[in-house]
Design a protein around this ligand. Structure first.
Ligand code: SME
Length: 151
């Protein structure tokens, strides 16, 4: 896994204050999607606490119609409430799942904490079955911490 070689690239993108936060988030999505073969769609959702909805702010991969997701709905909405990583080896085995396209076999959602509060998440879809390991979790937790630092 090229996670160690990706870390400095992630840091460089996030440190570029000439770009907006949204541009930098999009570049992170593009970097991860292009660099890791089984990351087919990468996006960041952020929470609106008043409306209890998640909003897609940056992504790489096919456009999705699921740009707003209520808390509790789908894998993403469940993570908004649980504050815990959710690794789905087989999306077909999930009842509470929002399908983005027919090719997706697995998904990982890692909450993003700012000052201890769950404010959003990184969401990754894979066309490969059961591709995610604890290494993905540790790497994506690190990415989210770095992102939290620029918010
Ligand atoms: N599958 C997600 C919805 C978002 S798409 O993957 C982009 C879910 O069940 O929450």
């Amino acid at each position: 896994m090229p996670f160690d070689s990706l870390r400095p690239k992630v840091s460089t993108i996030l440190a570029n204050e000439n770009e907006s936060v949204d541009q930098r988030l999009t570049e992170i999505c593009e970097l991860l999607q292009a660099s890791i073969g089984y990351y087919d769609w990468v996006g960041f959702y952020f929470a609106n606490e008043e409306t209890r909805t998640l909003h897609l702010r940056a992504f790489a991969g096919e456009p999705t119609e699921h740009t707003v997701i209520p808390f509790g709905k789908g894998i993403c909405g469940q993570v908004a409430e649980s504050n815990e990583n959710f690794v789905v080896a087989d999306v077909k085995a999930q009842n509470n799942y929002i399908a983005c396209n027919m090719y997706v076999k697995a998904e990982i959602v890692i909450p993003l904490f700012k000052d201890g509060k769950n404010i959003g998440q990184i969401d990754i879809d894979s066309h490969m079955a059961d591709p995610f390991s604890s290494e993905d979790e540790r790497f994506l937790e690190w990415v989210n911490q770095e992102v939290a630092d620029i918010l």
